[in-house]
Design a protein around this ligand. Sequence first.
Ligand code: PHE
Length: 455
Amino acid sequence: MWSNRWLFVLAAAGSAVGLGNIWKFPYIAGENGGGAFVLLYLLCVAFVGIPIMMAEVLIGREGRHSPINTMRTLTQQHHRNRLWVTIGWMGVVAGFLILSYYVVIAGWALHYIWQMAEGTFVGATGELAEATFDAFLADPWQLVLWQTLFMVATVWIISHGVIKGLERAIRWFMPLLFVLLMVLLGYAVNSDGFDAGWDFMFRFDWSALDQGSVLIAMGQAFFTLSLGMGAIMAYGAYLPSDTSLTGTVVVIALLDTLVAIAAGLAIFPIVFSNGLDAGEGPGLMFVTIPLAFGQMPFGVLFGTLFFVLVSFAAITSAISISEPALAYLVEQYNAKRSRVAVSLGVIAWILGIGSVLSFNHWSDVHIVGTLTFFDFVDYVSQNIMLPLGGVLIALFAAFALPKTVVGNQLGLRHPAVAVVWKLLCGVVAPVSVIFVFAVTVGLDELVLGLLGAGG
Ligand code: PHE
């Protein structure tokens, strides 16, 4: 059990806040034109993410096992179809895919601790920052080295059990990360590009969106909140019964969103002040942030600390990504935690080599359309598997679990609140996800076309 509710908030927030907020959110917002994308993402967090997070935590706390066994227990207990257990298995697969590339990018952050400490970016120009990053990406051995270091650290921590270490680490680094983001934000506010950056994030220019962007915004909401693969469900299993689930979930989602918005507001002004490209892609954070610290007093110190904190944020997320698979294997086969951790790490590490090569030797190898191996693994896990898993979780909570169980878990004393939750979880969230899937694959055009042909 977590010592108390606050520590569950920290751990879940530790899972949620990670590369998704600081690295991914700004770069995909940049690639998808800013404002309108940001608005869509916020809507998805509020109307799809929060209800589904409630569903995950409640299922986890009700089942009190690893996600796969939680689903087994609950389907048996309430005589439901065993097929629901697929949710657990899908989560494990999605976890491997995500972990494989997550560790690669986290390795970049680790490498940048060194770069910052050495003062590489003191007084650097945009071109130098870009060239430094490009040179790093071009060397697969470097990438593998840092990927390996990060993976070893993750495996070491998960071998020793999550709860103890995590509580202690998160308690100090989360607030610190926030402080440093505020330092960056302070710098951004005073830079010439601030107005342009602000406009970019909050001017809702719908023409910048295409059909694909809608799915990416939704996938991002799932990814950043750690939803749809059982990570939050696994942590929910440790939440004491007497703490308010609804309030806790809202706090976590708000924290997570705040960090993403702060990161965006810090990064885009730097982009525009230095004539960089907002649609730069995965390197956005690694070019802009070193640049800002390079121009700031005490930049070497703050910059080093910043990448230390990003690495911490990434490791607490990486731990939660592996938790569903790890917890299941330990529980089911009574296997030694450390042995399971090493095996999981090795599989994800090998898979990760594909992502490493996507940034150099395989940069012209496209799995589907223009997607490299990295893009493909990222796309399938974030934009397809997580939303799909999330919808199934929502439907299970809304329709397969008895009303009394849900009512008790959510602590909903007012019937009206229960109705609102059921509406969001059972109808709004699944319908939105399916609608977005349909729009993306172009079903809307198909239907309109057919209607047009019929009329
Ligand atoms: N939410 C994490 C982040 O934003 C990533 C993550 C995805 C963690 C899925 C767990 C499960 O970095």
